[in-house]
Design a protein around this ligand. Sequence first.
Ligand code: ASP
Length: 316
Amino acid sequence: MNQFSIAIHGGAGTILKEDMTAELEQAYIKGLQEAVTAGYAVLEEGGSAVNAVKASIVVLEDNLLFNAGRGSVFTKKGLQEMDAAIMDGKDLSAGSVAGIRNVRNPIELATEVMLHSNHVFLSGKGANDFAIKQGIKLEPDEYFFSQFRYDQWKEIRDSDNYSLDHTHKGVEELMKDKKFGTVGAVACDMHGNIAGATSTGGMTNKKYGRIGDSPLIGAGTYANNKTCAISCTGHGEPFICAVAAHDVSCLMEYKGMSLQDAMYEVVKVKLVKMDGEGGMIGVDAKGNVSMIFNSAGMYRGMRNSKGENKIGIYND
Ligand code: ASP
């Protein structure tokens, strides 16, 4: 039996202990632990890596604290438009959705795209039509609303700025005090198959149908049994230009690098040169896990069949 493992993230950015209350910190730790536990339970029962990452992401999407599903950020027009992707490293099949509304769990829809459409990437109204056809659960706008995100959006909605996640500060501070709240999961199951998934509301005050790296296969999400499964979080634009997730896979495949070294090269060297603030989580088909970020913090957690079980927030 292969070593099995799951890793998750709930976003990266300027996450500092001094900005956190004890209650909020506990709420984040609880939310992260619940997501790790949900994914690990699937793996422990012999379930697939795909089902494990989906289970973890659903828990994070349902949690108001994270910028995905319920609690997603608001666009310039005051709407919540979500993106998600999932990839199966066993056969390189993938499903993505972008700019979708009112879908309770965007990762469920991305999985439906992967399994039951003849396509990889659906967007906007078409993706919503597909959700209805497949019987995916929808919710009214109120379900996704959080006062916290709404207040955050109100502070910058009259400007041309967009922000990278939760804070109550003014525009200038918003732009320098960046936080990201996207969620992601990667897993390796007991059969040695790996998968990766990411889900996000994107960036506060985004406009013109802006889409980040999260739903883009190869940029924010990637999985290949030969190399690694990766889920990214951070400032989407540089991650797209760096084709960040796939670059880790390439460094492993063509240069023979380990998961840890390849992720270090992309996050701590290449992305830094491109002002690409953020991080990523990864697994390989032996069940090794790595979680690396170049920002002040990253909400993260992991558990494996060797008995390791860790939750982290800050750079420690
Ligand atoms: N990468 C996401 C995006 O650019 C944001 C995030 O990770 O929080 O849409």
